[in-house]
Design a protein around this ligand. Sequence first.
Ligand SMILES: NC(=O)c1ccc[n+]([C@@H]2O[C@H](COP(=O)([O-])OP(=O)(O)OC[C@H]3O[C@@H](n4cnc5c(N)ncnc54)[C@H](OP(=O)(O)O)[C@@H]3O)[C@@H](O)[C@H]2O)c1
Length: 351
Amino acid sequence: MSELMNRQWLFANYPQGLYKPGDFEWRKEPVRALEDGEVLVHNILLSLDPTNRAWGFKHDTYLPMMQPGDVMRGICLGVIEDSRHPNYPPGTYVGGMTGWQEYAILRVDEDGRLPDAGVFPRDPSIPLSTYLGLFGHIGMTAYYGLLHIGKPRAGETVVVSAAAGATGSLVGQIAKIKGCRVVGIAGGPEKCKRLIDEFGFDAVVDYKNEPVAERLAEVCPDGIDVYYDNVGGDISNAALALINLHARVVLAGQIAMYNDERMQSPRNVMNLIMQRGRMEGFVVLDFMADEAASTQATMELAQWYKEGKIRFRTHIVDGLENAPTAVNMLFDGSNHGKLIVRISDDPGGPI
Ligand SMILES: NC(=O)c1ccc[n+]([C@@H]2O[C@H](COP(=O)([O-])OP(=O)(O)OC[C@H]3O[C@@H](n4cnc5c(N)ncnc54)[C@H](OP(=O)(O)O)[C@@H]3O)[C@@H](O)[C@H]2O)c1
């Protein structure tokens, strides 16, 4: 029988600016035999996230900094192919931090859990990629960031940056379900048209082709009650200038700053004082660690999805070998939906 080989990307260098091919190292090695209490996960889909760049910072973030030689950190969905633990039989679907690699060996801990991963029942009628985005960390980021931190009320104006992306498009659609007027900021006519036609936003600002401050003021004649910030920089500065009394600013991400840590925070934060506003950051892992909270969000998102109230786009790139270049699509905006790498095929249904 031929030896099972693993293919992996190792983190090699702390990047300067965008990731470059030399910041990773490609390794092929045999998969070792399992020991008692271990399972072998065959990764199927790898999520590429803007935070992958923050994980390359040479300091701790909300997770410890990576070290050169580590398997590149990454969120994957996969299936157990071999097992030496009775609670985790082959065929079980697993999602979690199993890294930029085809196979991961996980050791079940003393409480019977998999480290940084969980199992899920896979409905074969739903594409697996939906579990990675909508029913996974992206859906949870949009749901909890908007509803628990933004606390939108019907009739209020909600503005979302990086609105055509995975998180932003969901935030806008959930805000519409809650009866808000929703304005999206995105780059280019194609994405802006999609915000109106596909995701049901009320108005858009094309930050690549329009003066953001002027245009945002035009499309928000009643000011901004909730600003869901995925971007930071000048875009957030323009939004902060327009906030209403007791506005809520949700700090989900600062993608404009991930490749340039010297970039300054928006100067209009002073307006939070004038308007008695609140700005709050969050990390979705905190909500995901709470089983009851995760279940509630997933059930509600699944219900809206089934009822056709929310749509979710994925952008799938084939081949683990392409992950280091594909990750930069998040920073030039060439992804059109949740960016995912297909590592292998799914025996249980469509991707
Ligand atoms: N706090 C948390 O726990 C958490 C969890 C998940 C994600 N996030 C954050 O949510 C944000 C969106 O992540 P996502 O996974 O949903 O990715 P995404 O929105 O699907 O992709 C990123 C998008 O950001 C836009 N962008 C990139 N650089 C930009 C810049 N300099 N200025 C303005 N827009 C820029 C691009 O859209 P355009 O074509 O429109 O420029 C790009 O398509 C990120 O900031 C991420 O860090 C936070």
